[in-house]
Design a protein around this ligand. Structure first.
Ligand code: SF4
Ligand code: F3S
Length: 103
């Protein structure tokens, strides 16, 4: 599962479309954790898609990640600011790749 204390242990190494990216980042094989409130460990995400189906406010969209060993697309929190903190996505992700922070 995602390390819920990752913000204490990792550095924010950049942003993609306004979304924070936390390293280590060594694309395409290692993609780090993405997001500030809606956080997905891209190195754990297996592209199950349950999060995308579960989200009532359409926070996620697929991001192609060719060459990543776990899956070649990821749940990208493009509309992270729309999150209503229902936790549906966090609860349905099979590998527990998601952590929601309300603040
Ligand atoms: Fe969507 Fe709820 Fe997850 Fe926020 S916590 S991204 S609203 S499913
Ligand atoms: Fe990935 Fe989990 Fe969603 S595996 S696509 S974050 S349900």
């Amino acid at each position: 599962p995602i390390d819920v204390k990752f913000k204490e242990k990792r550095q924010q190494v950049g942003k993609y479309q306004g979304i924070a990216v936390w390293g280590p980042l060594d694309a395409p094989g290692q993609l780090g954790i993405w997001g500030t409130n809606v956080c997905v460990d891209f190195d754990i995400c297996v592209a199950d898609g349950a999060c995308i189906e579960a989200c009532p406010v359409n926070v996620y969209e697929w991001l192609e990640t060719p060459g990543h060993p776990a899956s070649e697309k990821k749940a990208f929190m493009a509309r992270e600011k729309d999150c209503i903190f229902c936790l549906a996505c966090e609860n349905v992700c099979p590998p527990q790749a998601i952590k929601i922070f309300q603040k």
